[in-house]
Design a protein around this ligand. Structure first.
Ligand SMILES: NC(=O)c1ccc[n+]([C@@H]2O[C@H](COP(=O)([O-])OP(=O)(O)OC[C@H]3O[C@@H](n4cnc5c(N)ncnc54)[C@H](O)[C@@H]3O)[C@@H](O)[C@H]2O)c1
Length: 265
């Protein structure tokens, strides 16, 4: 592999839980080289990073010095929104995992990519298996009358149901626009036991320690059920999707939203 084919990668939010995994994954990728780690925390206040890489607390300094081809961002939306135009101005394409952007902000980031004639990718979920679960569920949806979605997460999660469960429900609804059949109990000694109801789909959320993120879709029809399930156990789960995005963003124009677009789904 020549140096011209090696992708120079910066990581924004590098001191965070996912950022540290990205540092490890990029460092181990044979077609990438790590050129900058960027985070707001001063380096002398950090638990040591897992790899050796030039470290910056100022994103602009990092981009000017590193001349990265791509920046992978897992930080907070208030930090990454102003950071992305700085990256683009330095010729650096954003791969964004940070969540919490508004539709208007996403449109602005797309306009910024277009203005700089560069590609960018924003993916609310970098887990390839979870993206496939949504696609496979949508394939099955037209053939069944009943469906339940079960999602299980750790006890610290603040929202329920998960954004991924809602995304899967929307994919199923697009493929099966009429409401699913739904059993509504005539007697309910404990209210809420049937879960949330999204167009006839029951969505159930469980929270407890010992789990990370788990999604299951079970379809029901006469004499049969079909269950599709995806489990994640640690933050390495995002890395195949992140590395795929780093490679593919080099050939994109404008902001692409969703990993599924890069997977040909
Ligand atoms: N798209 C996905 O698949 C996916 C998966 C996991 C997490 N996330 C999202 O990624 C983000 C990070 O998650 P995490 O668990 O790693 O969080 P974290 O809190 O562990 O890490 C965030 C990092 O961003 C840094 N940061 C905050 N403000 C900054 C600023 N102004 N400039 C530079 N760095 C700054 C923090 O210091 C921290 O090191 C969240 O938005 C989370 O929802 C997305």
């Amino acid at each position: 592999m020549t140096n011209a084919q090696i992708i120079k990668v910066a990581v924004h939010g590098a001191a965070g839980r996912v950022g540290r995994e990205v540092l490890r994954a990029v460092d181990a990728a044979p077609d990438m080289t790590l050129v900058a780690a960027i985070d707001r925390i001063p380096q002398n206040e950090l638990e040591a990073l897992p790899v050796s890489v030039p470290y910056y607390t100022d994103a602009r300094d990092g981009y000017m010095a590193a001349q990265a081809d791509v920046v992978v961002d897992f930080s907070v939306s208030a930090a990454s929104f102003p950071m992305i135009p700085l990256a683009l101005a330095a010729g650096t394409r954003p791969v964004i995992g940070t969540t919490g952007f508004t539709e208007d902000q996403i449109a602005y980031l797309d306009a910024q990519c277009q203005e700089h004639h560069l590609g960018g990718l924003l993916a609310p979920n970098f887990t390839i298996g979870a993206v496939l679960l949504g696609t496979l569920a949508a394939m099955a949806a037209p053939y069944f009358d009943y469906v339940d979605i079960y999602e299980e997460h750790h006890e610290m999660k603040v929202d329920a149901p998960s954004g991924t469960a809602i995304g899967i429900a929307k994919s199923i609804h697009d493929a099966h626009p009429e409401a699913f059949e739904h059993n509504d109990p005539t007697r309910e000694p404990l209210p809420g036991t049937r879960g949330g109801n999204y167009n006839g789909m029951s969505i159930h959320s469980s929270r407890m320690p010992g789990r990370m993120a788990h999604h299951q879709v079970t379809f029901g029809g006469p004499g049969q059920t079909l269950t599709l399930r995806h489990d994640t156990n640690n933050r390495e789960c995002y890395m195949p999707g992140v590395l795929l995005a780093v490679r593919k963003v080099m050939g994109l124009q404008g902001l692409t939203v969703g990993l599924d677009k890069l997977m040909g789904l």
